[in-house]
Design a protein. Structure first.
Lengths: 122, 122
DNA sequence: GAATAGTTCTACACGATGTAGAAGACGGAA
DNA sequence: TTCCGTCTTCTACATCGTGTAGAACTATTC
């Protein structure tokens, strides 16, 4: 999977945090007066559209071309994306269990508990 | 942490797979007639040295300048590196537990068992 | 049909990476 | 002690991904 740049990531965050699809303009505004990370950027709408096109090419967003301001939505949830990234890292290692061991060793106690619950639920 | 390119990664793999430190020449040969991934590349030694220097700058390798052909060794184990990468991904998510849940949901059964053991050992 | 709002094309700068020659430094052989 | 071969450092360039946006084109609406 392709990695995301800073700006691409900010755009994805906006989409992920938004329940419904967004227009390029809305995303532009989100980046400008946004509350989340990567805010404060005052970009041209074309810039945002370029980024969105690239994200679309990478299958990170779906674009609805039937509405006039096109609508963009994330094609995957953030959690799914992140989990996939983690699996990708893990998959690139020959010594998977060793990696898992290290990984678990650094998880916070509360998350350890959460992990236990998750494992039990399987 | 900086991400590694293709070639950089191949070099790291050689270092990770080697018990002891390697010279630039050895790495060059490893890349050429190597068994592992990224093999078949017939590069100039200077190329390898450039890559090694960059890896050194990124603190991925340590260089021993006291021996004549300098010796290079990975500064971290692969498992540690991979685990850190995974934590990095996880840390970039606001909904950490959701990500963990997804992640665990896709781990193979044998690894689930391993995870249980690891958690119990804490 | 003209103004307006939105989209696509094209373009450029910049940094990371892959790649290596030329030039410099160093250690051993003569 | 000088020279030679080996190894390292410097410098350089191409390419690719990303950030950034103007110019030109298209569709909508009055």
């Amino acid at each position: 999977m392709a990695t995301l740049g800073e700006l691409e990531r900010s755009v994805m965050d906006l989409l992920w945090d938004s329940a419904d699809a967004l227009t390029a303009g809305a995303i532009r505004d989100g980046l400008a007066h946004g509350n989340a990370a990567g805010a404060g950027k005052d970009l041209a709408v074309t810039t945002v559209l370029t980024v969105l096109s690239r994200l679309e090419a990478k299958d990170f967003v779906n674009r609805d071309r039937d509405t006039r301001p096109h609508l963009f939505r994330a094609s995957t949830s953030r959690a799914a994306h992140m989990a996939e990234l983690m699996h990708e890292v893990l998959g690139a290692a020959p010594d998977r269990e060793a990696v898992l061991a290290r990984f678990v060793g650094q998880v916070s106690p509360s998350e350890v508990a959460a992990l236990r619950r998750m494992l039990d639920g399987k």
